[in-house]
Design a protein around this ligand. Structure first.
Ligand code: F6R
Length: 618
């Protein structure tokens, strides 16, 4: 999703803005731009459709100036094009803005502002919603407001969640940043005689680890020496920056060809970090510390609802299994974007668990708001980003501690979310008396084996690569699984779609004969997840039905399963796991298959087309 950067200080802003934008590339974008302001008030706006390399190629001479803002745009209103790329200037050319989010009422604002544009003999220069923002600010400035007042008045006119950065020709020593609602964060970075802003920490870390996260409703005025933050009806304050501990090395790709590959190989370590100190054996306890809900509160919970989007929704589906089986509590999962607009029947005794690696997905945040406003139900968030908006909305957070995930396709945060959900099920199960000490110990002992399960699964990379080469031209895949492996089938299909651009459907195998089987022929490969759990025989029947239609079968099952291997065209053996933990054994293998299919097709694995790492628009 769109990314914002900004700089003011003693260095030349242009190269710093471009470098910052490179570090936000993983969020996904289809055009980019920078605007630089020099000491004399000269403004240079440079923008291009395509990748940052296209923008850089178009810059003959880097504009001089020690202040500027930059943007990577993920198109919502108006096609990806040079003219729709940000930054956008007011018709006077004096106010320059970049924006994340959506101005939902931009049509009516365009009509309202049009007459003053026409008076100047001008029209709108883009199809974006963004362009109304500098125009609104400029109008307020013309009325004699200060820049902060003008920005606040302009934001007050916008419907929808928005984050903006801006500057004004009249004041080359300052840039401004503001947040209204949950349109992704803005972080202010404190340097020595220079200041930075960015949507995400990775863009700041090469320069500083002293940061301030701008809150909803705040407007920051930033010069080379620091920032002043204005809040409505409160005196301005100079915030104290906090130190962040993110290691810049952790966000570098290292020897790996892609961030996605690196992050897949980090999964055993990431899982150990998620579990560390939260699965104690003697005496047994799950999530004993750093968790704000007491056993008493958990005992009063009558039902758990797990929500999320995309990969996080697949984790939520598996979470339901564990909550039912381990905690013995009624549980369900829901797609956050659908949940928000239904009339769900939940009450204050429902625990709502949101899974969101970024903590900023707008649909999930919207659902959390609704839960708080309508039912006041207790909320837990499972997220990788400390301080993210979701952590502020929840009563308790379980931080994944997976380290930054740069690849657009979620990998290590998926397994981290699974581990967190499993721990939560254990904690609720123990609080409710569904697990005795021995059962809790056994459940936690099983969980402690998952880093090594994943590690061993990752050793199948070569085999996955060989199989992928046989299917580089396949136009479709069906992925089948049953029980707790059904969500993994869906996750496998999602990974194929997003990085390999191959159409794939994840299905509960029992459902296949109710429709999808009509698709099958020798050109329609089927990936079958079939470990030796309670539903193994039923999966074997499904595979027989697939083979009878001559569709090639890639079976993933337990190591040494000759019966399965004989039935399949290709077979991948994963380490044996207890039937509740097979998702951990299967996940690395389905990720590797999708990765190698994408690699064989020569695709941009870390920045798949049209996708964004953090989805901050509806
Ligand atoms: C797929 C993927 C997305 C996210 C989804 C929710 O690999 O990453 O489907 O899972 O956009 O994002 P979060 O977890 O940040 O709420």
């Amino acid at each position: 999703m769109c990314g914002i950067v900004g700089y003011v200080g003693h260095q030349s802003a242009g190269p710093i803005l471009l470098e910052g934008l490179h570090r936000l590339e993983y969020r996904g974008y289809d055009s980019s731009g920078i605007a630089v302001l020099d000491r004399d008030g000269a403004i240079a706006v440079l923008k291009r459709q395509g990748k940052l390399r296209d923008l850089e190629a178009a810059i003959d001479v880097m504009p001089a100036g020690g202040a500027g803002i930059g943007h990577t745009r993920w198109a919502t209103h108006g096609v990806p094009s040079d003219r729709n790329a940000h930054p956008h200037a007011s018709s006077s050319g004096d106010v320059v803005v970049v924006q994340n989010g959506i101005v939902e009422n931009y049509r009516s604002l365009k009509v309202e502002l049009e007459s003053s544009l026409l008076d100047r003999g001008q029209g709108w220069l883009s199809e974006t919603d963004t362009e109304v923002i500098p125009e609104l600010i400029a109008r307020e400035l013309d009325r004699g407001c200060s820049f902060v007042e003008a920005l606040r008045a302009a934001l007050g006119r916008l419907q929808g969640a928005n984050a903006v950065a801006a500057f004004h020709r009249a004041d080359p020593s300052r840039i401004y940043a503001a947040r209204k609602g949950s349109a992704g964060g803005i972080v202010i970075g404190y340097g020595d005689g220079e200041m930075f802003i960015a949507s995400d920490l990775p863009a700041l870390l090469p320069h500083t680890t002293a940061v301030y996260h701008l809150e909803d409703g705040e407007i920051a005025t930033i010069d080379a020496e620091g920032a002043v933050v204005d809040r409505a009806n409160q005196p301005p304050l100079r915030p104290q920056p906090q130190r962040v501990e993110l290691d810049p090395v952790a966000i570098a790709r290292g020897p790996y060809r892609h961030f996605m590959l690196k992050e897949m190989y980090e999964q055993p370590r990431a899982l150990s970090d998620t579990i560390r100190g939260r699965a104690r054996l003697d005496p047994p306890s799950a999530l004993a510390d750093e968790f704000n809900l007491t056993d008493n509160q958990l005992r009063s919970v009558e039902r758990v609802l797990v929500i999320g989007m995309g990969t996080s929704l697949h984790a939520a589906m598996i979470g339901r299994w564990w909550l039912e089986r381990i905690a013995g509590i009624p549980a369900d999962f829901d797609n956050a974007s659908e949940f928000r607009f239904r009339a769900p029947v939940i009450g204050s005794s429902t625990l709502v668990v949101s899974v969101t690696q970024s903590g900023e997905t707008i649909d999930t945040l919207g659902a959390m708001d609704q839960v708080r406003e309508r039912w006041g139900a207790p909320q837990v968030v499972i997220t990788n980003v400390d301080g993210s908006e979701a952590t502020r909305k929840a009563d308790a957070s379980i931080l994944l501690r997976c380290g930054p995930e740069v690849g657009v396709a979620s990998t290590k945060t998926f397994v981290g979310s699974l581990a967190a959900l499993y721990l939560l099920a254990c904690r609720i199960g123990r609080a409710r008396g569904a697990l005795d000490e021995t059962e809790l110990t056994e459940s936690l002992e099983h969980l402690l084996t998952v880093p090594s399960l994943v590690e061993r699964g990752l050793q199948l990379s070569e085999q996955c690569s060989e199989i992928a080469k046989s299917y580089t031209s396949a136009a479709n895949f069906l992925v089948l699984g049953r029980g707790i492996e059904h969500p993994i089938a869906m996750e496998a299909a999602l990974k194929c779609k997003e990085i390999s651009y191959v159409h794939a459907e994840g299905y509960a195998a029992g459902e296949m004969k109710h429709g999808p089987i009509a698709l099958l022929d020798q050109k329609f490969p089927v990936i079958a997840l079939a470990t030796r759990g309670p539903l193994f025989d039923k999966m074997m029947s499904a595979i027989q039905q697939v083979s009878a239609r001559q569709a090639p079968v890639i079976a993933i099952g337990d190591e040494g399963d000759t019966e399965l291997a004989e039935l399949a065209d290709h077979y991948l053996g994963v380490p044996h796991a207890t039937d509740l933990l097979t998702p951990f054994a299967l996940t690395p293998v389905v990720q590797l298959l999708a990765y190698h299919i994408a690699l064989a097709r020569g695709l941009d694995i870390d920045q798949p087309r049209n996708l964004a790492k953090t989805v901050t628009v509806e």
